[in-house]
Design a protein around this ligand. Structure first.
Ligand SMILES: [Zn+2]
Length: 173
């Protein structure tokens, strides 16, 4: 809950008065309207607008395009899953070239010669075929197609498999 929402809810609780101002908008009580619910939805709507328009988080947004979905899900995280979700991990070509700006890095997959990023690893890289197939089976999909990335957070098994796509390459050899 954002600070503005906390303040607005405190005003409601302590003073019981409206309007309350939250995130630049005024909200009035009305019969049959739970103002706390309205304030909460305003927060989520603004969060969604910022998330959708953000210049960062491009890879993460492929998996979690909706703020509301993320808030409703209990998604266990570990460092490997986080790396896959962000595309920020040491042996990822795109990360080494674009973020670490390492000299001599071309950003390409050592195995395939195309851009090495999270999407490549999950969708097409032959090196990750077994894990890709495991994820597709977990999602009830036919092996060989494309994985709808935004469906992965909805499936506990597929979600945990995200860790496999950012494991150091040595562990696959
Ligand atoms: Zn590859």
């Amino acid at each position: 809950m954002v600070v503005s929402e906390v303040r607005a809810r405190e005003l409601l609780r302590i003073r019981g008065t409206t309007p309350v101002v939250h995130l630049g908008a005024e909200f009035e009580s009305a019969p049959g309207v739970d103002l706390k619910v309205v304030l909460r939805q305003r927060t989520i709507d603004m969060w969604q607008e910022e998330w959708s328009a953000s210049h960062t988080g491009k890879t993460t947004r492929l998996f979690l395009p909706r703020v509301q979905t993320r808030l409703e899900l209990d998604l266990p995280l570990n460092r490997l899953i986080t790396r896959t979700l962000t595309g920020h991990f040491q042996d990822c070509g795109d990360y080494r070239k674009r973020i670490l700006t390492l000299v001599g890095e071309d950003g390409l997959c050592e195995h395939c010669g195309v851009l090495d990023d999270t999407v490549h690893r999950i969708q097409t890289c032959p090196r990750y075929e077994e894990k890709r197939n495991d994820a597709m089976l977990a999602l009830g999909l036919t092996v060989g197609g494309e994985i709808p990335l935004d469906q992965i957070p909805l499936n506990g098994v597929a979600w945990k498999l995200l860790a496999e796509f950012s494991r150091p390459l040595a562990s696959h050899d």
